[in-house]
Design a protein around this ligand. Structure first.
Ligand SMILES: Cc1ncc(C[n+]2csc(CCOP(=O)(O)OP(=O)(O)O)c2C)c(N)n1
Ligand SMILES: [Mg+2]
Length: 273
């Protein structure tokens, strides 16, 4: 694969990933479009620019690690892994089918290039910090990236892990929160608000970077800042729009876990041309 720093090229890749997401979930007739679409620029910027990795060597010991803690957004990860060359593009539309590498949630048994099986929310930050500990023990320079959902941050385990990460100064870990303001069936602010969110992370001892999670140039700067910041783990609070890129899915809690109909899929793909 070819990595790039060119924002225009990264935006074009992001659009292709969004089309895959719609087509995969449309074909499966189930899945989670909203939280997949909100995380597109985050994953594209990581895999196509910020992360050190090589799809021809998925078990390369010096690779950066990536964990999608909000595992229900698997379609965005599958589409990016496939486009990078880790997994077959022509099987993306077998999402959620028996025997497919692309199960409803990321599962290492079916897709060995994954670093972790996820989907039970709340666990990914703990996994990432364990990997940060492993890298430090090995005196290795690889970094670990983990993407959390904002609703997921209501889980107690996140804050136990946050405390652990800051105490041990795992500055080789970068957590990104996809702050799309919506959880399973409504707005986070109406269910159990997480504000003041950046202040909470700061109080837990993290270096906080707040940015627009659809602004690729801002993400590039954010990942660079996180990589150079020493003495604390970094968290990127990425403000995003759930369902980003498809007008009728944007900011609409209905599309957390609902597939588009055939007619909706046609409209969505037209918008993503
Ligand atoms: C431990 C656990 N509890 C409940 C669920 C069911 N669930 C799946 S997605 C979701 C909402 C997640 O919201 P958020 O973290 O904001 O994700 P996003 O908006 O990015 O889709 C819930 C409750 C789960 N997967 N794991
Ligand atoms: Mg959310």
């Amino acid at each position: 694969m070819k990595q790039t720093k060119d924002v225009g090229e990264l935006q074009a890749i992001a659009k292709k990933i969004r089309r895959h997401i719609i087509e995969m979930i449309g074909a499966a007739k189930s899945g989670h479009p909203g939280g997949s679409l909100s995380a597109v620029e985050i994953l594209v910027t990581l895999y196509y620019d910020a992360m050190r990795h090589d799809p021809s060597k998925p078990r390369w010991p010096h690779r950066d690690r990536f964990i999608l803690s909000k595992g229900h957004a698997a379609p965005v990860l599958y589409a990016v892994l496939a486009e990078c060359g880790y997994a077959p593009v022509d099987q993306l539309n077998t999402l959620r089918k028996l025997g497919s590498p692309y199960q409803g949630h990321p599962d290492r048994r079916f897709l060995p290039c994954l670093e972790a099986s996820t989907g039970s929310l709340g666990q990914g930050l703990s996994l990432a910090l364990g990997m940060g500990a492993a890298a430090r023990l090995d005196n290795a320079s690889w970094r670990t990236y983990v993407v959390l959902g904002d609703g997921e941050c209501q889980e107690g385990q996140i804050w136990e892990a946050a405390m652990f990460g800051a105490f041990h100064r795992y500055d080789n870990v970068c957590c990104i929160v996809d702050y799309n303001k919506i959880q399973l069936d409504g707005f986070v602010r109406d269910i159990m608000g997480v504000e003041p969110f950046a202040e909470k992370w700061r109080a837990f001892g993290w270096h906080v970077i707040e940015l627009d999670g659809h602004d690729i140039a801002a993400l590039q700067r954010g990942f660079a800042e996180a990589a150079s910041f020493k003495g604390k783990p970094s968290v990127i609070v990425a403000h995003t729009i759930k369902g980003k890129g498809v007008s009728f899915m944007e900011n609409n809690p209905k599309f957390h876990g609902a597939a588009p109909t055939a007619a909706e899929m046609e409209i969505a793909l037209k918008e993503l041309q």
